[in-house]
Design a protein around this ligand. Structure first.
Ligand code: NDP
Length: 284
C-alpha cells in the first residue's frame, strides 16, 4: 500500500488588476525546483470582495497569500496579527496562516534589504530615498531598522514625503529628513545609498528619469531601483555611467518571493531559479 496525498499547499495573490503580476511565474518555478506540491494562484479580487476572499482562503486552508494593490492596507482589517515591521509600515503584502491565525508581514522592505545586503550593509550608512509611496515607506522603515544612520526622503508631494519621515523618526533610531523634489536633486556628498522608490521608469515610460543631478553622484555610490520592468532602467544605466554600483528591482522582487516561500513552506527556495523565471518573463 502507498500513502496517497493529493492535497497541495495553496498560496496566491489577491490584487486588482492582477493578470500582469509575474510573481506567480517566479514562485511556481521555485516550487517546481523544490519538488514541492504547492500552487500559487493569481486572484483578481475587487476591493468590496477582499473580506470574502480572505475568509475563503482561511476556509480552504490556504497556507498564505500575497496582497498587492489596492489591498495592502485594507487587508489588515481581515487578519489576526501584524508582524512588527508591517505594523510600523501600516501595510501588509504577505499573509501567513499559522494554524488558523492569519499573520500579516511586509516583505517589500525586507526583500529590498536582502537585495541591498548583497552589495552593502546599510548599518551606519546615509540613505536617500526618492519617492514616498508604499515602496518608499517599506524601504525607509526597513533600512532604518537595519541600522542606517540617516534616511532622507525626497518627494514631489510634501505631505506624503513628511509622513514617511515621521514614521522613520517615530519608530527607528535613524535621523530622518524630508527634501522637496524641485529641480534636479543634488545628491549630498556623504550619501552612501541612493534609491529610486518612485514609479518613474516603469514600462511603458522606460526613458523617464527621476529629477536627479547625475553629476553629483560619486563613483562607488550604491544606486538601487525598485522598478522591475524593465530591470535595467534608464536611472540605473545613467548612474552606471557616473561610476555607481547598481542594484535592480528584480533583486527586490526575487527576495520578497524568497521570504514569502520561506514563511509559507518553511524551506529555502533557489533564488537563482526565481530570478531566471522573472528574467524570462521580462525578456531580460
Ligand atoms: P505609489 O503610487 O504609492 O508611489 C509612487 C511614488 O512615485 C510617489 O512618491 C510619487 O510622488 C512618485 N512619482 C510618480 N511619478 C512621479 C513623477 N513623474 N515625478 C515625481 N515623482 C513621481 O507606488 P508604490 O510605492 O507602490 O510603487 C512604486 C514603484 O515601486 C512601482 O513602480 C512598483 O512597480 C515598484 N515596486 C517594486 C517592487 C519590487 O519588488 N521590485 C515592490 C513594490 C513596488 P508623489 O507622492 O509626489 O505623487
Amino acid at each position: 500500500p502507498v500513502e496517497l496525498n493529493f492535497l497541495s499547499l495553496l498560496t496566491g495573490c489577491f490584487a486588482t488588476p492582477v493578470a500582469e503580476n509575474p510573481t506567480v511565474a517566479m514562485v511556481e518555478a521555485a516550487y517546481r525546483a523544490m519538488g514541492l506540491d504547492a500552487r500559487y494562484i493569481n486572484c483578481d479580487v475587487a476591493p468590496a470582495d477582499l473580506g470574502d476572499a480572505v475568509r475563503g482562503a482561511r476556509a480552504m486552508g490556504w497556507r498564505g497569500f500575497n496582497c498587492s494593490l489596492p489591498h495592502k492596507v485594507a487587508v489588515i482589517d481581515f487578519i489576526d496579527e501584524l508582524a512588527p515591521s508591517a505594523e510600523i509600515i501600516g501595510a501588509v503584502n504577505c499573509v501567513i496562516n499559522e494554524d488558523g491565525r492569519l499573520i500579516g508581514e511586509n516583505t517589500d522592505g525586507k526583500g529590498f534589504l536582502a537585495s541591498l545586503k548583497t552589495v552593502t550593509d546599510p548599518r551606519g550608512k546615509h540613505v536617500v530615498v526618492l519617492g514616498a509611496g508604499g515602496a518608499s515607506r517599506a524601504i525607509a522603515v526597513e533600512t532604518a531598522l537595519a541600522g542606517a544612520a540617516s534616511i532622507t526622503v525626497v518627494n514631489r508631494d510634501a505631505a506624503r514625503g513628511k509622513a514617511v519621515v515621521q514614521l522613520v523618526a517615530a519608530h527607528t533610531s535613524a535621523a530622518a529628513e524630508f527634501v522637496p523634489l524641485k529641480d534636479d536633486y543634488v545628491v549630498p556628498g556623504e550619501t552612501d545609498i541612493l534609491i529610486n522608490a518612485t514609479s518613474i521608469g516603469l514600462f511603458p515610460g522606460v526613458n523617464d528619469l527621476p529629477a536627479v543631478d547625475f553629476t553629483s553622484l560619486r563613483p562607488g555610490l550604491v544606486v538601487a531601483d525598485v522598478i522591475p520592468n524593465p530591470p535595467h532602467t534608464a536611472f540605473l544605466r545613467t548612474a552606471e555611467t557616473h561610476g555607481a554600483i547598481t542594484l535592480d528591482g528584480l533583486g527586490m522582487l526575487v527576495n520578497q518571493g524568497v521570504i514569502g516561500i520561506r514563511l509559507w513552506a518553511g524551506r529555502e527556495p533557489d533564488a537563482k531559479v526565481m530570478r531566471g523565471a522573472l528574467e524570462a518573463v521580462f525578456g531580460a
